[in-house]
Design a protein around this ligand. Structure first.
Ligand code: PHE
Length: 340
């Protein structure tokens, strides 16, 4: 009996040592200690052992089983540790590896500039008013001191939808809506699309403007100039400044054309500023008393200034775009380059 147990033990040890993985180990367990295992068979045969020998034989059997189980546990622990190690190795993260590139979109350049302008003006305390693209003749022209037969109507080639309705040619139409709805002090910007029958390298039938209107006690052209100086520094750089030239708009008096000192050559003269050192950026002026009166604002008490910025024009200047069509052709090779 002892010999038999010794044999089982040696065979088991050899098998366990030879096994190369958990699977084989389980098989070996079945062969020795399973239902039909060799050692199990010995245990089952205990009833045939003479009663006086049973304690001794029982002890041998137990010793054998313990020895086998111990070795098996050891081996099992080793396999499990190795498996875990392999798992760690395979999941190891190399933080120095280059990251996977994700395709990232960007806002349209016109939207970017529109947002930049909005941010500058709202930080100065301007509120945003959005008008409508379809206007009637009164808001787009008449209330802006441009009656039917006024020659200034020729300044803007208008798309009429009917004798009364039109696609607004200027965000200035919004000025009237705001002054009708609100008492001074007024300090608004009004961004949006405008439409004119106009088409060349720097003009598009649809483009974007940002209107500004301030009405309060004691507002003068100096307030406009001070605000514009701050504005150009923020959008074109600290070293830029403005210059006002006389101009004409029916709804402002006096009217000015605003130039910014060339941010590319610093005023020396280059291709961008056509050698003049100055670049025209917007139209502005002191609100014409006729416009204020038409909105029932007392001109003895209040005055104001207004300005209108061409958003595409600013984008073209800032990003060196020489044809406005590039902004509207949706060519990703162009648009994806501008991410400010
Ligand atoms: N509405 C004018 C234009 O479209 C610009 C402007 C706005 C001028 C406000 C003066 C004041 O050309």
């Amino acid at each position: 009996m002892k010999e038999k147990l010794q044999q089982i033990r040696e065979k088991a040890i050899a098998e366990i040592e030879r096994s190369e993985g958990l699977e084989r180990l389980n098989e070996v367990y079945g062969l020795i200690l399973g239902k039909k295992g060799e050692l199990t068979a010995v245990l089952k045969g205990m009833k045939d052992v003479a009663p006086q020998d049973r304690p001794k034989v029982g002890q041998w059997v137990n010793e054998t089983r313990q020895a086998i189980e111990e070795l098996m546990d050891e081996k099992k622990a080793k396999f499990e540790a190795e498996a875990l190690q392999r798992k760690y190795e395979s999941e190891k993260l190399d933080v120095t590896m280059p990251a996977k590139m994700r395709a990232k979109g960007n806002l349209h350049p016109v939207t970017q500039v529109r947002n930049q302008l909005s941010e500058i003006f709202t930080s100065m305390g301007f509120e945003v008013f959005e008008g409508t693209e379809i206007e009637n003749d009164y808001y787009n022209f008449t209330a802006l001191n441009t009656p039917q037969d006024h020659p200034a109507r020729d300044m803007q080639d208008t798309f009429y939808l009917s004798p009364e309705f039109l696609l607004r040619t200027q965000t200035s139409a919004g000025q009237i809506h705001v002054m009708e709805a609100k008492k001074p002090p007024i300090k608004i910007i009004s961004p949006g699309k405008v439409f004119r029958s106009d088409d060349d390298a720097t003009h598009s039938p649809m483009f974007t403007q940002m209107e500004g209107l301030v009405v309060d006690k004691g507002i003068t052209l100096c307030d406009l100039k001070g605000m514009l100086d701050e504005f150009v520094k923020r959008i074109f750089g600290e070293d830029t400044t403005t210059r006002l030239r006389p101009s004409y708009f029916p709804f402002t008096e006096p009217s000015v054309e605003v130039d910014v000192s060339c941010f590319q050559c610093g005023g020396k003269g280059c291709k961008l500023c056509k050698g003049t050192g100055w670049i025209e950026v917007l139209g502005a002026g002191v609100v014409n008393n006729k416009v204020l009166e038409g909105c029932n604002i007392d001109t003895n008490e209040y005055s104001g200034f207004a300005f209108g910025i061409g958003v595409e024009r600013i984008a073209m200047l800032k990003y060196g775009i020489n044809n406005i069509k590039l902004l509207f052709e949706s060519d990703m090779r162009v648009l994806s380059q501008i991410d400010d």
